[in-house]
Design a protein. Structure first.
Length: 289
């Protein structure tokens, strides 16, 4: 058991760094994913993950695989796409989902093209799929800082975000603009966590550790606080299991982490205490809801 679960982290520094990275991502992104799911914006997270690619690609063209340049570029591009898609949806006949889809496709194609202009196939794979086993100290500080900022910000925005999920009309009627501030702040948190996840999991997989644990958590409780706890725990479990499985089996780490999160999701569909297929199939007492 020691050789299977502990020795990889005790013997190899890159494994400890990978574990610290995925744990930081899980702490920051789990709660954000819960609110995305409750607001029926799950696919918005996927679109936003691709929206950061052009900005990161511009940073790459300027300074290569520079943490600072690619992070700033990703943040600027992500926020720009979020604001522009909302503007298009409010000033034209397009709905917000169609507007986001258009920006998402353009961002993905433009980002890949920009990286291909200067980089090799290895650089393109790094941008698209990340490099969990090659996290350095600055990247770990970025991941930990993003997780800390996310938890503090969500503590401040918790009440308006919950109200907006339950009854957005009521929030607009009793607040003097705090709903809009909470919405913009939440979008900023989504972009921040996706940019941080991009450095570890790449643009194609960064949203996986945000959404899959959150969706799985819905099968275990119907309380927002409980969902956040379950989502964080599932993220930590998936990240740790993915790093270990990839080490022992020789699979790419990022996709393995997401596949482990998918396994947790599948288990929750079957055995979740709130709506799992097995629980629903069990006989109930007379007149039990």
């Amino acid at each position: 058991m020691y050789d299977l679960l502990i020795a990889p982290f005790a013997d190899f520094g890159f494994m400890r760094r990978a574990l610290a990275g995925v744990m930081s991502l899980s702490l920051g992104a789990g709660a954000v994913g819960v609110f995305l799911m409750l607001r029926r914006m799950s696919l918005v997270g996927d679109a936003m993950a691709h929206a950061i690619l052009p900005g990161a690609a511009v940073g790459y063209l300027v300074a290569g695989l520079s943490l600072g340049w690619m992070t700033v570029g990703g943040l600027v591009a992500g926020m720009a796409v979020a604001l522009l898609s909302g503007l298009v949806a409010r000033t034209t006949v397009l709905k917000e989902d169609a507007s986001l889809a258009a920006f998402y496709l353009l961002s993905l194609a433009g980002g890949v093209t920009l990286v291909s202009l200067k980089g090799s196939n290895v650089d393109l794979l790094h941008v698209l799929f990340g490099s969990v086993l090659a996290l350095d100290d600055p990247t770990l500080f970025l991941l930990a800082g993003t997780a800390t900022a996310s938890m503090l910000a969500l503590a401040l925005l918790y009440r308006p975000l919950v109200l907006e999920c339950v009854d957005p009309g009521y929030l607009r009627s009793v607040s003097d603009g705090s709903g809009a501030i909470a919405h913009l702040g939440f979008l900023a948190l989504v972009v921040m966590n996706l940019v941080a996840g991009f450095h570890a999991l790449g643009t194609l997989l960064a949203v996986g550790l945000m959404m899959l644990p959150a969706i799985a958590a819905r099968f275990w409780t119907d309380h927002v606080g409980g969902m956040i706890g379950w989502a964080t725990g599932f993220g930590l479990l998936s990240g740790t299991a993915g790093v270990l499985v990839s080490f022992h089996v020789g699979l790419p780490t990022g996709p393995t982490v997401i596949l482990c999160a998918g396994a947790v999701y599948a288990f929750s569909i079957l055995f979740g205490a709130h709506g799992g297929l097995v629980i629903r199939a069990l006989p109930r007492r007379h007149l039990e809801a």
